[in-house]
Unconditional design. Structure first.
Length: 571
């Protein structure tokens, strides 16, 4: 096997326990990588591994990156429900396996960008990490048992060999090339054996004694595979698709589909043709229901939302708090919130946090000042919102630290990877009830909008709103304080949290749709996306429950109608 050799700069996350190698204030016995990103890659001449082991180095003969399996949406739901059963440990064998079976070492996320649309995700061989240093200003929120490291990496990758043809090209008497399969003694078919038993080869030559030399087969031979088994395998595959479909969309009829499948499978091995005919009809009926449902609901099947358990949101009465050194009149009030929610594999989360009334008023004051400034200086609405989003995120950067720590601790306790952590954050925000936020008064906005617009319909239905908010958006701390937010307010809070968790994220806005969504810069692998500096960001809808990462409303899928207001590629 041939190799190509490369050199580059890496950034990685590694656990700190069982350590003896000293780097900065941390010691390492062996790196236990959770994430590795490689940049500035250049191809080099073959290197001597032993010569590159200089100073503080790490060597591994192979690093195998985590592989992501992409499933259709209905199989994703099946996988989630099976995982739900497993996590509940309802069965003895699951409990036994979780306690006594050996644990597999997790593979790291390895990200090597190649260009704007592709990244490399294969095994790295003879890996040497050198000049290892702690990353400056390493984000403490990632995980208290992990550190972020930088350095130089040497590695090589395999170049696939070209396989030799299975047939030998020879020239016949006419000078034309032909392919002949050489068949050894153990591969001779029954007819040939019978002919040879009579002493004839079929060409007029007599064979004496056992066959020890290769003989020529008159034509290419294909591996024998029973048509019956091929039909059973193909039919079973289709039945699995149908069962997943019924489980997701018609759960009340799933048991009937399952019985039909079991009957169909058993009938394949029974000679009774009437029984086979009956179950074939059931199979055709189930398949027609599947096709008909997709045809009738083809628009809503693009991005179906996923049912999940409901949580709860509670805002407690304010409590007076007197700060040290403050006068009797200078009393602050703290308001506690209790929020519980579930992700899509039924992990339950509970978050209790406090916000300060004085800090809320401070954010409001700075919000108003920023709005006035940008209204004067911005050239167009997109420019205005880019400046406003950026300013509001920076103003509340330290105010949301305590909430980010709580979420980071939950991700650590449940051993979540980056994708699962991002889903924890998005489902947290989706759990908060939707409240429309707009810049003008309710009367002004009702008079300025068309009668059939979303805003007018929303007000006519007497749903809650938050009026007279500069820019029609709340800052992250304002939203965490009063829990009133619509699309752009939610996207900004999610972005601010994910950025502090070192997860690439972005805020998308659209004048065409009058909407905003969050972008996640992780290898989700399904759905539409926008490339931002070589990283694919997948959108997710935050205004309603049931939208997973990479899922937005079908009518919002034209990527040309979205602008990036804010982004951070924090790998």
């Amino acid at each position: 096997m041939n190799y190509k050799y490369y050199k580059g700069d890496f950034t990685g996350l590694s656990a700190k326990k069982n350590s003896v190698l000293s780097i900065g204030k941390h010691n390492f016995y062996d790196f236990k990588w959770s994430y590795i990103q490689i940049k500035n890659i250049q191809e080099i001449e073959a290197y001597d591994v032993e010569k590159e082991k200089i100073g503080d180095y790490y060597y591994s003969n192979v690093i195998r990156p985590k592989k992501y399996i992409l499933w259709p949406f209905y199989l994703q739901s099946i996988h989630s429900r099976l995982f739900e059963i497993k996590t509940k440990k309802d069965f003895f064998w699951i409990e036994y396996a979780s306690v006594f079976l050996p644990k597999l070492r997790r593979r790291p996320d390895v990200f090597i960008p190649v260009n704007e649309d592709n990244y490399f995700n294969e095994n790295l061989h003879d890996v040497v990490l050198r000049d290892i240093k702690l990353k400056e200003n390493s984000n403490a929120y990632i995980n208290k048992d992990f550190v972020e490291l930088n350095g130089t990496i040497y590695f090589k990758i395999k170049i696939p060999e070209v396989k030799k043809p299975t047939t030998t090209e020879i020239e016949n008497n006419n000078g034309m090339n032909r392919s002949e399969n050489v068949v050894l003694k153990d591969e001779i078919n029954t007819t040939t054996v019978i002919e040879n038993a009579k002493g004839e080869t079929g060409t007029g030559e007599t064979i004496n004694g056992p066959i020890t030399e290769p003989i020529e087969n008159p034509g290419p031979t294909l591996p024998s595979f029973s048509g019956k088994w091929l039909g059973i395998l193909f039919g079973t595959f289709l039945w699995i698709l149908l069962l997943g479909f019924f489980w997701l969309f018609f759960p009340n009829y799933f048991i009937f589909a399952l019985i039909a499948f079991i009957g169909w499978f058993i009938s394949r091995f029974i000679a009774n043709t009437n029984l086979k005919f009956i179950f074939n009809l059931l199979f055709i009926g189930a398949f027609l229901i599947f096709i008909g449902t997709i045809f009738i609901n083809r628009d809503s099947f693009i991005d179906p939302t996923v049912d999940k358990k409901d949580g709860s949101v509670k805002i407690n009465p304010p409590k007076p708090v007197k700060k040290e050194g403050a006068s009797e009149e200078d009393i602050d009030y703290e308001i506690s919130k209790d929020i519980s929610w579930f992700d899509f594999i039924t992990n339950k989360y509970e978050l209790q946090y406090n916000t300060s009334v004085q800090s809320f008023f401070e954010s409001q004051k700075e919000h108003v000042a920023a709005d006035i400034t940008f209204l004067k200086t911005a050239k167009d609405p997109i420019s205005y919102y880019r400046k406003l989003f950026n300013k509001l995120e920076l103003l509340d950067e330290t105010k949301i630290d305590s909430i980010v720590r709580l979420l980071a601790n939950k991700a650590e306790s449940k051993k979540l990877n980056q994708l699962q952590t991002a889903e924890m954050v998005t489902t947290f925000i989706q759990e908060i009830p939707y409240v429309l936020v707009h810049q003008n008064s309710c009367q002004q906005i009702m008079e300025s909008e068309p009668g059939d617009s979303f805003v007018v319909t929303y007000h006519n239905e007497q749903k809650p709103c938050l009026a007279n908010i500069p820019g029609g958006i709340q800052s992250p701390y304002e939203f965490l304080h009063n829990l009133k937010g619509d699309c752009d307010t939610r996207s900004l809070l999610a972005y601010s949290i994910l950025k502090k968790l070192n997860i690439a994220a972005s805020v998308w806005i659209s004048e065409t749709y009058g909407h905003s969504v969050l972008g996640i810069g992780l290898p989700i692998g399904n759905g539409v996306y926008k490339s931002i500096n070589g990283v694919k960001h997948y959108p997710v809808e935050l205004t309603s429950k049931g939208f997973r990462l990479g899922m937005i409303a079908p009518q919002h899928k034209d990527m040309s109608n979205w602008d990036i207001a804010l982004y951070s590629n924090n790998y």
